[in-house]
Design a protein around this ligand. Structure first.
Ligand SMILES: C[S@@+](CC[C@H](N)C(=O)[O-])C[C@H]1O[C@@H](n2cnc3c(N)ncnc32)[C@H](O)[C@@H]1O
Length: 211
């Protein structure tokens, strides 16, 4: 994804609330404001329901979903990012529930959603496996999960510098228990953090209506 200012690396778990708050405090806006194009393409035709944006940041995707009449919960460690999201929601007359806290902990409540969104959450493999498993469990029958993130092919061009934090198709094949993968592929994005084409991983998965 593109950051508005000079970017630093280190997206993840491991870095806690203070790390993320410092990053957000360093700029009036850290990440771009437009919703993810692929999310728009995939979710535009869905009937609105309950959605959760995990690691929502300043809320570009949560706000788009709220505009499309979804009932959105936005979870993030950073209260600074969530305050920006809430201010934009209030200005636009939108209702988004914000939760300041850890996403895995929040998923532990066991609530289910018609759409689960993970955008540019670049964790280390072990923690990522736990996160994706919990995120999959949070998809309601007939619901969908959307994941977009930096692909390994973007190493050195944008996203975190540690290769383990970047996504590969193989590493994601078995990461969504109980869900059917409708899409697991890579796609190019015109300009990344440093103005060169980037490669993203895209996952679109669904839970059948009967489980
Ligand atoms: C790269 S930003 C992506 C923001 C947003 N998804 C987007 O695409 O614009 C990653 C976000 O994940 C949040 N985050 C990282 N670890 C988290 C955790 N354990 N629980 C909740 N949020 C977390 C950070 O605070 C940050 O806002």
């Amino acid at each position: 994804m593109e950051e508005q200012n000079q970017h630093q690396h280190g997206h993840d778990h491991g870095h806690g609330q203070q790390h993320w708050n410092e990053r957000y405090a360093s700029a009036p806006r850290l990440f771009n404001a437009e919703p993810d194009e692929t999310l728009v393409e995939l979710a535009d035709h869905l009937p609105p329901g309950r959605a959760i944006d995990l690691g929502a940041g300043e809320g570009r995707n949560a706000l788009w979903l709220a505009r499309k009449k979804w009932h959105v919960t936005a979870v993030d460690l950073s209260d600074i990012a969530l305050a920006r999201l809430a201010a934009e929601a209030a200005e636009a007359g939108l209702d988004v529930d914000t939760v300041a806290g850890d996403i895995v902990e929040y998923l532990g409540r066991g609530d289910r959603y018609d759409l689960v969104v993970l955008a540019f959450i670049q964790w280390m493999p072990e923690e990522r496996t736990r996160l994706l498993s919990a995120a999959s469990a949070a998809v309601a029958p007939g619901g969908h999960l959307f994941l977009i993130g930096h692909h390994i092919a973007s190493l050195g061009k944008g996203g975190p510098p540690q290769p383990e934090r970047l996504y590969t198709e193989e590493s994601l094949n078995d990461s969504f228990p109980g869900l059917k993968l409708l899409r697991l592929d890579r796609q190019e994005r015109a300009a990344g953090d440093i103005g060169v084409p980037m490669v993203d991983i895209v996952v679109w998965a669904e839970r059948s209506t009967t489980n």
